[in-house]
Write a protein that binds this ligand. Structure first.
Ligand code: NCD
Length: 314
């Protein structure tokens, strides 16, 4: 993929070499993220950070990534404080914002919104999550974290657990993992919340051994990575009301110590609710989810530099 000037809408845009470029640059971002080194690579650039749906990590790490590289950020948080609440269309909103900013990041509850925004403006748009469809930057930081923790992705056994039907992070992750080889994927969810058929087919067609199960304890016992997710209640209609509690599959310190491989890596896009009990945090080697959240800053810094064509300043 040619990053410069591109909108980042889906993980489908990536190939293995564009991932390598991104991850190498992301690693070089760590001293800048930690303020041990300083950069003005994005001096003069303005980010339009448009979040029409709840967010802490994605919104703040996009903004902090831009600030750490010397840029400025204009935030819009929630529909209430945007002219969309007056009835303005998203198409008009982004056409106006392109006059004020150099790049847009957007999160919206409706699938396909980031693509519409990109189609209607001439500056790059980065998808920060569109409904239940995609969350490409989350999948990029997830894959980066697996690399950092395991030094490889090819050949790993990965359990993906929780709301696999409505979770956009796991949809993007399942597709992105198809850039790698010989994975064993165990999708752990109640039947009503299982991974969409199309994604299971994509992984199988790619040669992965894919198992669908609702048995949490069995599913996690032999894997090298557990990717836990929250039940996406906000996207459930009434008839799914009783699933959240059944589907939580709570991971405890005891289950990690007595029911998993010793060096299992535990990931979660966060926010976590009850599905990872806080005593798991004590297992510093295994519990990688806060390192994962920090990695989001590095990956988003690298992505901005590449899309804005300023990576050569590093
Ligand atoms: C995820 C999301 O918004 O899809 N959160 C995040 O960006 N880290 C996962 C979630 O909300 O459960």
């Amino acid at each position: 993929m040619d990053y410069k000037g591109s909108s980042i809408i889906s993980v489908d845009q990536f190939d293995r070499s564009s991932l390598t470029t991104l991850f190498e640059l992301a690693r070089r971002m760590r001293p800048i993220a930690d303020r041990k080194e300083h950069s003005k690579a994005l001096d003069g650039y303005i980010l339009g950070n448009l979040f029409f749906e709840a967010s802490t990590r994605t919104r703040m790490s996009f903004a902090s990534a831009f600030y750490r590289l010397g840029g400025e950020v204009n935030n819009t948080v929630g529909v209430t404080f945007s002219s969309i609440s007056k009835g303005e269309s998203l198409e008009d909103t982004v056409r106006v914002i392109e006059g004020y900013c150099d790049i847009i990041t957007i999160r919206h509850s409706v699938a396909g919104t980031a693509k519409i925004a990109a189609d209607y403006c001439s500056i790059p748009v980065i998808n920060g999550g569109d409904g239940d469809a995609e969350h490409p930057t989350q999948a990029l930081l997830d894959a980066f974290t697996i690399f950092e923790e395991k030094q490889k992705i090819d050949g790993l056994s990965i359990a993906i657990v929780g709301d696999l039907r409505f979770g956009r992070a796991v949809h993007s992750l399942a597709k992105l993992l198809c850039l790698f080889k010989n994975l064993k994927i165990i999708c752990i969810a109640p039947e009503a919340l299982q991974m969409p058929q199309a994604l299971v087919a994509q992984m199988k067609n790619h040669g992965f051994e894919v198992t669908l199960t609702d048995n949490f304890e069995n599913g996690i016992k032999d894997v090298e990575v557990i990717y836990k997710t929250r039940i996406q209640v906000e996207r459930h209609s009434g008839e799914l009301g009783e699933f959240p509690s059944k589907a939580s599959y709570i991971l405890t310190k005891d289950k990690v110590i007595n029911g998993c491989k010793k060096d299992v890596t535990i990931l979660h896009p966060l926010p976590r609710l009850a599905e990872i009990s806080t005593d798991v945090d004590e297992l510093k080697q295994n519990a990688a989810y806060f390192r994962q959240a920090k990695n989001g800053l590095l990956v988003r810094m690298a992505l901005f530099l590449l899309v804005l064509g300023e990576d050569n300043k590093m």
